[in-house]
Design a protein around this ligand. Structure first.
Ligand SMILES: [Cu+2]
Length: 134
């Protein structure tokens, strides 16, 4: 009878741990788990500007669709302390410093096909610029 009892205790502990975890996650369920997308605003010169927040949830939006070859200006603003998002790896491989609450513009051209990626300095948070065929 000892074996099954231990299993029951283990399951009970597991349930407690799970419910605790889901309790903290319910706060974030306001936002859909799927990637957020943005359309941005188009400047007179044809460059579309898209504001991206680099915050505690990562990059918002983290998926930017565009026409193949379209020129975009991504405007990154870091809103969270810490080293993680203080550096940005741009799609062309440059490292850009993101100061707190200070917008930094990064020019990106939408690829002809597929997607290009940007990421934090440690590759923990990523975002993509995705070619959308019409
Ligand atoms: Cu990071």
């Amino acid at each position: 009878m000892r074996g099954p009892l231990l299993v029951v205790i283990a399951v009970a502990l597991g349930l407690v741990a799970c419910s605790k975890k889901s309790g903290t996650e319910t706060k974030e369920t306001k936002q859909p788990p799927a990637a957020t997308t943005a359309t941005g605003t188009v400047n007179p010169d044809g460059v579309r500007k898209i504001a991206i927040e680099a915050g505690k949830e990562g990059y918002v939006p983290d998926k930017i669709p565009g026409k193949p070859g379209e020129k975009l200006m991504l405007v990154f603003t870091r809103t969270v302390e810490g080293e993680c998002l203080a550096e940005l790896k741009t799609p062309d491989g440059k490292l850009v410093v993101l100061p707190m609450n200070s917008p930094v513009e990064v020019a990106v051209t939408v690829p002809q096909d597929g997607e290009v990626r940007f990421a934090c300095g440690m590759d923990m948070f990523t975002g993509t610029v995705v070619a959308q065929k019409s």
